[in-house]
Design a protein around this ligand. Structure first.
Ligand SMILES: [Zn+2]
Length: 141
């Protein structure tokens, strides 16, 4: 696996399809490479992007097919993101879980809320509603 701190050549294509995405916050997983914005990547995001590499079978060839499906098929896009966000969420929660039960509960609610908001953001072109995403990640943490 490679990490590249630069814009992927795919960015222009990506931006064409997802015009609401912000270059400074977009990570692109492609085959065996993760392209990251200049300020770096957090561990939980790393888990997210590594899930996409796994989904692409760690293959540059398969990555093209994966991306094609990802772009044209909303359901496929959601299935892939749901898996990636679930792993990310699990990791983040386990790393930052508060010892106090009540605070940990609040934390869990906030994390799920934030992930559901991100998944229903226009940058994903309406792949899921907030309510559906919130429901689907309910059992993750
Ligand atoms: Zn993703």
């Amino acid at each position: 696996m490679k990490l590249k701190v630069r814009k992927s050549r795919l960015w222009k294509l990506y931006n064409l399809v997802f015009p609401n995405a912000d270059i400074n916050t977009v990570y692109i997983a492609f085959g065996r490479t993760i392209f990251i914005p200049k300020y770096g990547i957090t561990q939980d995001l790393m888990i997210h992007e590594m899930t996409h590499l796994y989904q692409q079978k760690h293959s540059y060839f398969y990555a093209w097919i994966w991306w094609f499906k990802y772009v044209i098929d909303k359901k496929f896009r959601y299935s892939q993101e749901l898996q990636a966000y679930s792993k990310q969420l699990k990791f983040a929660y386990q790393s930052f879980k508060h010892k106090d039960r009540n605070i940990a509960f609040k934390q869990r609610m906030q994390m799920k809320d934030s992930v559901a908001k991100t998944m229903s953001h226009p940058m994903y072109k309406g792949m899921v509603s907030y309510e559906q995403a919130r429901k689907d990640i309910e059992g993750v943490i």
